[in-house]
Structure formats: C-alpha cells, structure tokens
Design a protein around this ligand. Structure first.
Ligand code: MLT
Ligand code: MN
Ligand code: ZN
Length: 306
C-alpha cells in the first residue's frame, strides 16, 4: 500500500500563527533546523489505485492538495484523487477541512463513528452546514473491528480500534469518553497482508493497542508532546498531555518505552507533532534519542510504501 503524509503537525500547525516558542520563533527566523508542517492528515491507497482515502480533513487541506499531485489526477473537468474521507475523531484539526471540500460535485463519502457524527452535527455542526453545499454520504464505521472498504480505494481494507483519548472540547462527552470518540485504524493491504496502524491521538497504553501495534508492519502514532507537562512548562495551559488525551514520548510509561517493546521489523513513526515538541528540531538531543531508538518523525510529503 501507499501512504502520503499530508500534514504531520498537531492542531495549530508548525509554526503556529501566534506562537513564539523556541521552535516556532526559531523556524521563522531560520535559526532552528526544522521544517514547517501543516495540520494532521494522511492519505492511503492500494499499490495499483489512483483513488485515495483521506484520513482526517485538516484546515490545511487545500495547501496539502496543491502539494500532492496524486490528489489531483485531472481525469475530467471536476476531479479529485480523494474517493472518501475517514475521520479518527471530531476535533477541529481533523474535521475543519470538510468545509474546504464543499465544491465536491456529488455527496462527499464520509466514514466516522456515531459519537463523532453527533459532535459534528451538534457541538460543531459542520455536517449540517455542508448540507447547503455538497452534503455527505454517511457511513458508520463499525467499532467491533469488522473490516470494511472504501469503494474505489482498491487493494486495502480498514479495521477500527476504539482508543482512550479525548473527544473535542465541544463534545458533551469531553470529560466522559465513550467508545468511538477516538479511534485507531489498522489498514491492511489485501494482496500482501501488510499492515499500517494509524493513531494520531493515543492517550493511554492498553493490551489491545499493543496487540494492534505488534501485528503491524508500520505504526504511525501520537507524537504530540515530548513531556507530560510540556504545555504547563511553557505557561500555555494547566493541563498535562495525558489530560488532553496524548501520551507523551518521554518518561515512565511514555510512547518511547512503548515503541521499544515492538518487534524490530516494525517501522515506527511519530505523527501529529505539536509545535512545542523539541523533536521538531533536527539538532535537538531529544531527536537524537529517537534516532537511537529507530523512531522516525513524520514530515509533510513523506511517502511510505509498505
Ligand atoms: C488534540 O489533538 O488534542 C486537538 O486537536 C487539539 C486542538 O487542535 O485544539
Ligand atoms: Mn489534534
Ligand atoms: Zn510554538
């Protein structure tokens, strides 16, 4: 299967418009060795297919499409390489791009869980507003792990694992998560059996996630924060990474420890990286630590074949 990272940053992007942390100010001034990144999204398809599944719709989707010829194959007057959209949560950084796709000529095929559908028709009623434009063809994703396909996206299947993370702030279950607020996805190549596990928001370890990660050939997982108190340390929030549903990389029980338990052949990639995270600086000791552990840091335009 083929994967393109469209946006490797967390909400806000990198550099964030109003941020002057070391990374954001440093990349703007050209004194920190780092590349800018847009907000969180990937696309994926089978090896012999021109139509892609868009996993999350970033506020930066138009810029991402311009940067990705595969998503504009130009087969007819109005055309797109995006055959369907699949959301892993209902957060702003993963759903706002739906507005930018409103010129779609037919209903936009959309896969999401029931709790995300509720949030996007109530707390943040994007899908109601879209009814005045293209509208969506809604598909409810099964939470029991049953495999499903996205028509036209040939050669791959999807299977969901509900995750412990957080619903969006406008969700009635922000403080009392329900299954389906956040999901991880196993994407399987039908011909080779090879698998990607994708989970840009992952708040806690559990046996089911570890099993999915061990079964995969490549994991692309939550790289939001390096430390649990990263936002507190900058004086930007009073919440820890874990409080808002993101397992930090460092510290006991952190993502690095977890990824180190995976079999050596599993390719390990961090994605959804917050602009404060020191791993964005290619010359930082934190980045060197990841390199020693064989953990990669996703960037916009990264192409992966598994
Ligand atoms: C998150 O992943 O926690 C959210 O997307 C944060 C945000 O963008 O507000
Ligand atoms: Mn996010
Ligand atoms: Zn910043």
């Amino acid at each position: 299967m083929q994967i393109i990272v469209l946006g490797a940053s967390a909400g806000g992007g990198f550099p964030q418009w109003n941020c002057n942390c070391t990374n954001c100010a440093g990349v703007r001034k050209g004194i920190v060795k780092a590349v800018a990144r847009t907000q969180s999204s990937i696309c994926v398809t089978g090896d012999h297919c021109q139509d892609w599944a868009l996993l999350n719709t970033s506020p930066d989707i138009l810029q991402q499409i311009k940067a990705t010829p595969e998503l504009q194959p130009g087969r007819k007057l109005r055309d797109s390489g995006i055959a369907g959209v699949l959301l892993v949560d209902g957060q702003i950084d993963h759903s706002t791009g739906l507005y930018m796709l409103r010129e779609q000529k037919q209903l936009l095929p959309l896969w999401c869980t029931d709790p995300v559908y509720e949030d996007l028709t109530q707390g943040n009623p994007i899908l109601k507003v879209l009814e005045y434009f293209c509208g969506v063809e809604l598909h409810h994703v099964p939470l029991d792990g049953a495999s499903f396909e996205i028509p036209q996206v040939e050669g791959i299947t999807f299977s969901v694992l509900p995750l412990a993370s957080k619903a969006a702030p406008y969700s009635p279950h922000r403080e009392h998560s329900v299954d389906g607020d956040n999901i991880g996805l196993t994407i399987t190549d039908k011909a080779s059996g090879r698998r990607l596990f994708y989970a840009p928001g992952l708040g806690a370890r559990d046996a089911a996630v570890l099993r999915r990660m061990r079964e995969a050939d490549c994991v692309m997982v939550d790289g939001t924060f390096w430390t649990d108190d990263e936002m507190i340390g900058w004086g930007l929030s009073d919440k820890t990474a874990r409080d808002i549903g993101h397992l930090p990389q460092s510290g006991a029980g952190g993502m690095m420890e977890w990824l180190s338990e995976l079999p050596a052949h599993v390719r390990k990639i961090l994605i959804h990286i917050n602009n404060t995270n020191p791993i964005l600086d290619e010359e930082s000791p934190q980045r060197a630590e990841l390199e020693r552990l064989g953990i990669e840091v996703a960037y916009d335009g990264m192409r992966i074949s598994i």
